[in-house]
Write a protein that binds this ligand. Structure first.
Ligand code: ATP
Ligand code: MG
Length: 364
C-alpha cells in the first residue's frame, strides 16, 4: 500500500496539515473548486516530482506565499516506510527520498507508479499527434529508465540538428555530424514504441469491445521512418536535407511518428461519437495500467479525477470491473454522485471544502 499520508506547506488551497491515506481506496468528495484535484496533483508530484497540470511551480505555491512543500510517506513492498519531499524554495526545486537528494527525476521512476485518469485524457483521442506520442512515451517511462535516457538524448541531438537548419548560412554537410546519432537513438525509440504498442494491442481491443460492444478497435503505430534500415534512413535524411532547410526543422524521425486508433484498418476517431472518443481515451489509461502491471509485476496506484462522472451507469459498472488490480485507488466525486456504490468496507472517504478535509466515518 504505497501512500500512507501526505502533508502540505503552502500548497495550492490545501491546509497546512497531514492527511492520513492508509487505505486501499480513498475517495475525495467535494463541490467544484474545493481542492479534490489538488490532492491528486500532490500525489502525482510525490510520485514523479512534477505536476500534470503545470510546469510553472509558482502557480502551485499558495497565493501570497513564495515557497511550497509536499511530503509523502509511503510503504515499500518490504514494509519499510519511506518519504518523498518535494520543495520549491527561492525559485529552486528539491526532491528528497528519505534524506537523499534526488538529482534527476528519473531516479524516482517506478517508486510509486501512479496512473492518472483525467478529463485532459480526451486529448489522447482527439488532440494533436504529439499528445499520443506523449502517452506512449509516458507509458514507457513509467518503468524503462533507458527509454528516458534515449528520448532525452534524441531530443538533444534533434535540437542541435534543427539549430543548423535554422541558420541560413549553414553548410548542410554539417548535418552529417548529427545524423548517425539521430538514427542510432531514433531506431531504439521506434523499437521500444513498437513493442509497447504491440502489447497494448493484446489488451486494448478486448477492453473496447467489452465496454462498447464495438469490435476490432486497435492502435496503429505509423513510424515516420517506417521499417527502414539504418542506411535507408541515412539516405532519406540526406535526400530530405533541402526540404528540412526550407522548413527550418527535421521533417522525419520519431518526433513525427503517428499513433492512430483504427477499426478494421480504417481511422476510428474521426467517425466515432463523443462518448466513443472519450472511452477510447479512458480505456487507453486502463490499458496503460494493465501494461505496467504485466511488464513489472507490480500493481499501480490509480488516481481517478472525476472519471466516472461522464459515463452512464452501465458503463461505470463495467469500467470499475475492468480496472486492473491496484495497490491503491484515489477517486474524486461530486457530492451528488452515487460514490457509495463503489466503496468497500475499508474505503476511506474525505469531504473536501475550501482546501480542508474531514473524514466521513459513518452514515454512508
Ligand atoms: P472540480 O470539481 O471543479 O474539479 P476540485 O475540487 O477538483 O474542483 P481543485 O482544482 O482541486 O478543485 O481546486 C481548485 C481550487 O484551488 C480553486 O478554488 C483555486 O482557486 C484554488 N487554487 C489553485 N491554485 C491555488 C494557489 N496557488 N493558491 C491558492 N488557491 C489555489
Ligand atoms: Mg477537479
Amino acid at each position: 500500500m504505497p501512500f500512507l499520508s501526505l502533508s502540505f506547506t503552502n500548497y495550492r488551497n490545501l491546509e497546512d496539515k497531514a492527511i492520513d491515506l492508509l487505505a486501499n481506496e480513498v475517495f475525495f468528495i467535494g463541490e467544484n473548486g474545493q481542492g479534490k484535484s489538488n490532492l491528486l496533483e500532490a500525489l502525482y508530484i510525490s510520485a514523479y516530482g512534477s505536476s500534470f497540470r503545470t510546469r510553472i511551480e509558482n502557480e502551485i505555491v499558495k497565493n501570497n506565499h513564495t515557497d511550497y512543500s509536499i511530503r509523502a510517506l509511503y510503504k515499500q513492498s518490504n514494509e519499510k516506510t519511506d518519504s518523498i519531499n518535494v520543495t520549491w524554495k527561492s525559485g529552486k526545486k528539491q526532491i528528497r527520498k528519505n534524506a537523499k537528494i534526488i538529482k534527476d527525476r528519473k531516479e524516482i521512476i517506478n517508486t510509486i507508479p501512479c496512473v492518472l485518469f483525467s478529463h485532459d485524457d480526451l486529448d489522447f483521442a482527439i488532440g494533436a499527434p504529439e499528445r499520443r506520442r506523449f502517452f506512449i512515451d509516458q507509458s514507457l517511462s513509467m518503468y524503462d529508465i533507458l527509454y528516458v535516457d534515449i528520448t532525452r538524448k534524441y531530443n538533444k541531438i534533434l535540437k542541435s540538428r534543427n539549430s543548423i537548419l535554422k541558420n541560413e548560412n549553414a553548410d548542410l554537410q554539417m548535418l552529417s555530424v548529427y545524423d548517425s546519432e539521430l538514427i542510432q537513438t531514433g531506431i531504439q525509440i521506434v523499437k521500444k514504441r513498437n513493442a509497447a504498442i504491440l502489447q497494448f494491442n493484446t489488451i486494448y481491443p478486448h477492453l473496447y469491445e467489452e465496454i462498447t460492444g464495438i469490435k476490432n478497435v486497435s492502435i496503429k503505430y505509423d513510424s515516420s521512418w517506417k521499417n527502414k534500415s539504418e542506411s535507408e534512413i541515412n539516405d532519406l535524411l540526406i535526400s530530405k536535407r533541402e526540404v528540412d532547410k526550407v522548413m527550418h526543422t527535421t521533417m522525419s524521425g520519431p518526433h513525427r511518428d503517428r499513433i492512430k486508433f483504427i477499426k478494421d484498418k480504417k481511422p476510428f476517431i474521426s467517425t466515432a461519437s463523443t462518448g466513443q472518443q472519450r472511452l477510447a481515451a479512458l480505456l487507453l489509461r486502463i490499458c496503460q495500467a494493465i501494461h505496467y502491471s504485466e511488464i513489472t509485476n507490480k500493481k499501480p496506484v490509480l488516481l481517478m479525477d472525476d472519471v466516472l462522472l461522464e459515463l452512464d451507469p452501465d458503463k461505470r459498472q463495467k469500467i470499475t470491473a475492468l480496472l486492473p488490480e491496484y495497490d491503491q485507488l484515489f477517486c474524486t466525486f461530486l457530492p451528488g454522485e452515487p460514490y457509495e456504490r463503489y466503496k468497500h468496507s475499508e474505503t476511506r472517504i474525505y469531504t473536501i471544502e475550501e482546501g480542508m478535509w474531514n473524514e466521513v466515518t459513518s452514515g454512508l
